[in-house]
Design a protein around this ligand. Sequence first.
Ligand code: Q0Z
Length: 287
Amino acid sequence: MPETATHVASGKVRELYALDDERLLLVASDRISTFDVVLPTEIPDKGRVLTGLSAFWFARTEDICANHLLAVKPDGRSLECRRLEMLPIECVVRGYLTGSGWKDYQATGEVCGHTLPTGLRESERLAEPIFTPATKAESGHDENITREAAAELVGADRLAQVEAISLALYRFAAEHATKRGIIIADTKFEFGTDGDDRLVLADEAFTPDSSRFWPADTYAPGRGQPSFDKQFARDYCETLGWDKAYPGPELPDDVVEGTRARYVEAFERLTELRFDDYLENPERVLR
Ligand code: Q0Z
């Protein structure tokens, strides 16, 4: 009998459906956002790349933390997941000083209560990765908070647990990626708890939408880094003098093709699987 799915939530580029009381379907579209605006032009297979990468990382980090993945669907773009009680914080790990971390550091010398050495440059690698929680804002612009504020939201013991696990996950994936020429500068996790109150990694894991991927071969601190996946699209948008307000510009075919190729390249480098082989049987990514 075919399964019916009830739509429960939309993200900027993803959709969430309920399959039943205990299972969700997480569908990644081919939509792309740049400068926080979803563009009218899709990147073919982007959703499949992100779904395949998430499934790959879930399979390879099971020993670090249980996760919500139940199955990769034959379409390659959707994951069947366990439905959890979600924690009300975003768990961010930063290995490099960029984005809001760089902003906060320049203003205060601190990021989420971590006092960092003076004189750090933009994009500099941190001596040790730091856990920098954020609140989940409806606007999509999450607000960095201290670990004390995060402990108020989830409890001190749960916070200590998600901090240790987030750092372990980041160290594992960052090391894997660096060996394959991709720097994972930072990443964002969402965790939930199951019926037995056990911590479970949810949402997506180490995709280029939940993380900053940088090409390792051109990395140099002291400036912003190009995005491994989105730089063609950003560069094109910058040539237009677009004000970065809705609606965004259509992308020409060569920018679409170049961007698609970068997503596929990230997938193939990280999974060591040909993307065509993934499309033929998505479960291959689980090894
Ligand atoms: C994830 C989100 C998306 C919109 C809720 N395993 C889970 N159990 C309960 N809730 C969630 C999950 Cl992953 C859950 N989101 C984020 C994803 C579209 C919102 F694809 N919201």
